[in-house]
Design a binder for this molecule. Structure first.
Ligand SMILES: NC(=O)c1ccc[n+]([C@@H]2O[C@H](COP(=O)([O-])OP(=O)(O)OC[C@H]3O[C@@H](n4cnc5c(N)ncnc54)[C@H](OP(=O)(O)O)[C@@H]3O)[C@@H](O)[C@H]2O)c1
Length: 342
């Protein structure tokens, strides 16, 4: 068997570190790991497989002999380095938004559309973490009953904005310790705000993901709509979404309303979801069982519950929570790499 070299670009980041853990946990067939980041982190030592690996600054030569390159260093780094890695013979699994909507780049959640990997041309895109969580809950129902409309609101954790997002939340929580009185009548000038979220994220929710488009949607909302349509192969699907950042460290959640072409009872939906790999149904109102991000954090499965009829015929409402760093990013990318390397 040929030796397998796997590069991880962005190895020091929130997703990159989870990638290393995931490769190790899943015993990914690998003879050499090449951890890469910017020159800032060259020489940083990271634990991997009972050993430590040293991070190298990404450059052209670092992709020589690499079979699979897992990218999680942002869209600019992906645009710069993915063509270099592909030219060197690697297949790139990219976590950024750089190539997701390119027609010749498959956008893959292996449990849902693994066949889209056929005929890739060197780059495979990992969907946005919120889209993955939503699709794990909705795609099985679509197969069962034909999805015709989706309305969603997301509750996205701060780690979705990387390790700096987590640091910003914790810093603000610390600053606001004991400030119950002030928070009941806040002085906007005195509230802490950081570079990542621009507004106070501690004890608050922010209905803004990315930047605003001219039509009032945010970039994260546009990504969700486009990626949902591409993953499900439904280019005209009606999708409405509001993306909201919440003061949760890990775990993205969504409240969703879905309409279908065919009847789908709550019981049938639970059964379909329970049988779907990578989903766990947590839905027992009598026992107070429902998904939460804290229950999903650190787990591979997307948790789905609160399944109930919607106001219209052939509609359902549901709630899903998934670990944005695992299934939303690292795990999904490693699953794609597993599918690519057999
Ligand atoms: N967080 C999530 O839930 C999530 C989910 C899905 C997808 N993603 C995507 O994954 C990517 C990384 O996200 P993250 O949350 O892990 O961010 P992060 O914690 O800020 O980490 C960023 C990583 O990228 C590296 N990097 C940044 N600019 C670079 C450059 N020009 N050249 C080489 N390396 C560079 C950083 O290296 P240094 O240590 O050298 O700065 C660090 O390792 C983003 O594209 C994001 O959209 C994130």
């Amino acid at each position: 068997m040929e030796p397998m070299r796997v590069a991880v670009l962005g190895a020091t980041g929130a997703v990159g570190r989870e990638m290393l853990r995931t490769l190790e946990e899943r015993r990914f067939r690998l003879d050499e790991l090449v951890p890469l980041a910017s020159p800032r982190s060259a020489g940083v030592r990271l634990p991997f497989a009972d050993d430590v690996v040293e991070v190298r600054a990404v450059e052209r030569a670092t992709f020589e002999g690499v079979d699979v390159a897992l990218f999680s260093a942002g869209a600019d780094a992906s645009r710069e380095w993915a063509p270099v890695a592909v030219a060197a013979g690697a297949t790139v699994v990219d976590n950024s938004s750089a190539f997701r909507m390119e027609p010749d780049v498959p956008l893959v959640v292996p449990e849902i559309n693994r066949e889209a990997l056929d005929g890739h041309r060197g780059i495979v895109a990992n969907p946005n973490c919120t889209a993955i969580t939503a699709m794990m809950a909705v795609a099985p129902l679509h197969v069962a009953a034909g999805l015709s409309r989706l309305v969603a609101s997301s509750y996205q954790s701060v780690s979705g904005a990387g390790h700096r997002g987590v640091a910003e939340l914790l810093e603000q929580v610390e600053k606001l310790r004991g400030a119950e009185e002030e928070l009941a009548r806040p002085d906007p000038e005195a509230l802490p705000a950081g570079e990542v979220f621009g507004r106070t994220i501690a004890y608050n929710v922010l209905p803004r993901g990315g930047t605003f488009d001219p039509d009032g949607a945010t970039t994260e909302e546009t990504k969700f709509v486009n990626e949902t349509r591409k993953i499900l192969g439904l280019p005209d699907l009606e999708v409405a979404v509001t993306v909201v950042r919440v003061p949760v460290v890990v775990g993205h959640s969504l409240a969703m309303y879905a309409e279908f072409d065919k009847d789908l009872s709550v019981e049938a939906a639970r059964l379909v979801l329970a049988r779907f790999p990578g989903v766990e149904v947590v839905d027992d109102p009598l026992r107070d069982a429902f998904p939460t991000p804290l229950d999903a954090a650190g787990r591979d499965e997307v948790l789905v519950g609160r399944i109930r009829p919607g106001p219209r015929r052939r509609s359902l409402q549901l709630f899903a929570s998934g670990d944005n760093l695992r299934k939303g990013a690292a795990l999904n990318a490693v699953q794609i790499a597993e599918a690519l390397t057999g």
